[in-house]
Design a protein around this ligand. Structure first.
Ligand SMILES: [Zn+2]
Ligand SMILES: [Zn+2]
Length: 95
C-alpha cells in the first residue's frame, strides 16, 4: 500500500468516497488527490481501484433528454456523449 505524506499535499484538492477494485471487487472508503484515476487496492495490491461514483456537488443537475448526466465540453460545444444532443446554445447558468 502506498502511503502519502499529507503535509506534501496540504494545498492540493482531495476527493473521497467508496471505491471498488476492478480485479478482486474489494470495496473500501478511499481518499485521493483530485484527478486520480486508479487507486491501489488495499486487498490485492493491484492499481485497479476506481471511485464508485463521480464527484457531485449538492443542488440540481442538468440531465439530457436521454437520461444521461455526463457531458463532454469542448471550446465550442457542449454535448451528450450518449445520444449526441448538442447543448451549446443553453445559457451557462442553466448548466
Ligand atoms: Zn483488489
Ligand atoms: Zn443524451
Amino acid at each position: 500500500m502506498t502511503v502519502i505524506n499529507i503535509a506534501d499535499h496540504r494545498k492540493d484538492k482531495w476527493i473521497s468516497g467508496m471505491a471498488i477494485c476492478l480485479s478482486c471487487q474489494n470495496v473500501w472508503a478511499a481518499v485521493a488527490p483530485a484527478g486520480t484515476q486508479f487507486l491501489e487496492c488495499p486487498n490485492c495490491g493491484t492499481v485497479k481501484g476506481i471511485f464508485k461514483l463521480p464527484v457531485e456537488h449538492q443542488g440540481e443537475h442538468f440531465r439530457c433528454g436521454c437520461g444521461n448526466w455526463y457531458f463532454l465540453i469542448t471550446p465550442k460545444r457542449i454535448y451528450c456523449p450518449n445520444c449526441g444532443e448538442d447543448y451549446s446554445s443553453i445559457p451557462a447558468p442553466l448548466l
